[in-house]
Write a protein that binds this ligand. Structure first.
Ligand SMILES: [Zn+2]
Ligand SMILES: [Zn+2]
Length: 333
């Protein structure tokens, strides 16, 4: 049903691409991260919850259509539907059905709790195309509640020492998940413009986030070490934090599982919080789909493909393709 072409996954029968890497006529988009959603396509189809954030990514003028989760649309004889992926607001798995055959393309997904987006729903299929950003048995995420306890304790202890807390996380998804999990009683919260631009879409989707203000050096300095600043890793003015007094930095990402110790020596903390599925989550999900065939993309495919083939599945890596290989790990875990 799907083949890998130069712009990415292509459904010849339906006449559409999924998350194409270049301009195509008809693009089905799993979510609005920049390695999945690109400008310039003639039309976009995505989950309804993701329409607003996708427009911010591909431009107001773009032709974007949303489907409610689970709603079916016939596209040239292929039944298309979107199902929650639990990755970021509006993220979806794409289900395709044609002549009794069902494929599901996961996009990026996670199985852990995240109050800022609809929870992942396993979808039965014959062929499952899964991401494997963290496709190694060493990747097992701690409980998000415990991670937020650590983050809040770090913020409190910084405040007691009069140091501003600057927490780096990807601007779409991770930053809002951080906002939803931090304790607003500790102090004022400021967000970088790159984070703030997405907040109206979250509010419109009914996601409850604490009150925040735009992070400027003056406002943060005026909070005299009590504030938390949430900024993307390439945080513009917050890459240079001179002028706001003492600062403690931290990074929230799945990659922090093994980088935490090293970063700590450099003065920054690492918090293990990922929007991607970990190894136990991959195993559970693949079983729940009931798929006999698994195609692995978007990350380290080799070990997962080997494990699946040794344990009764028919598995293959899609990431051998140069275009898909080049897409790996752009959205920072
Ligand atoms: Zn993503
Ligand atoms: Zn991705």
């Amino acid at each position: 049903m799907l083949t890998v072409t130069q712009p990415g996954l292509w459904c010849a029968t339906g006449g559409f691409h999924i998350d194409p890497s270049r301009r195509v006529d008809r693009a089905l988009i799993t979510h609005a991260h920049s390695d999945h959603a690109r400008r310039g396509c003639r039309s976009y189809l995505c989950a309804q919850e993701g329409v607003e954030v996708l427009r911010l990514r591909v431009g107001r003028e773009a032709s974007v259509t949303g489907l409610r989760y689970g709603e079916r649309l016939e596209v040239n004889g292929v039944a298309v539907s979107f199902h929650p992926a639990g990755h970021v607001l509006g993220s979806a798995q794409v289900r395709l059905e044609h002549q009794g055959e069902v494929w599901v393309v996961s996009g990026d997904y996670k199985r852990q709790a995240d109050p800022t987006c609809a929870a992942f729903e396993p979808v039965r299929c014959h062929t499952f195309v899964t991401e494997s950003t963290f496709g190694l048995p060493i990747y097992r995420w701690p409980e998000p509640g415990l991670v937020f306890d650590e983050i809040n304790a770090w913020w409190r202890s910084n405040r007691e020492r009069g140091r501003t807390s600057v927490l780096f996380g990807y601007s779409l998804g991770k930053a809002q998940r951080l906002l939803a999990g931090v304790d607003p009683a500790v102090g004022p919260i400021f967000v970088h413009e790159a984070v703030r631009q997405f907040l109206p879409a979250y509010a419109a989707a009914g996601v409850n986030l604490p009150a925040t203000d735009l992070a400027t050096a003056e406002k943060v300095a005026a909070a005299r070490g009590e504030a938390l600043v949430i900024a993307p890793p390439a945080g513009g003015e917050f890459a240079d934090m001179s002028g706001i007094g003492g600062v403690s930095t931290a990074f929230a990402s799945g990659w922090m599982l093994f980088r935490a110790a090293r970063r700590q020596r450099g003065g920054g903390r690492g918090f293990v919080l990922s929007d991607h599925v970990d190894w136990p989550g991959l195993m559970a999900t693949i079983r729940e789909t009931g798929a006999s065939r698994v195609l692995v993309t978007h990350g380290v495919a080799g070990p997962l493909v080997r494990w699946l083939n040794e344990n009764g599945w028919q598995a293959e890596a899609l990431s051998a393709h140069p275009v898909l290989a080049a897409q790996t790990v752009v959205d920072a875990g």
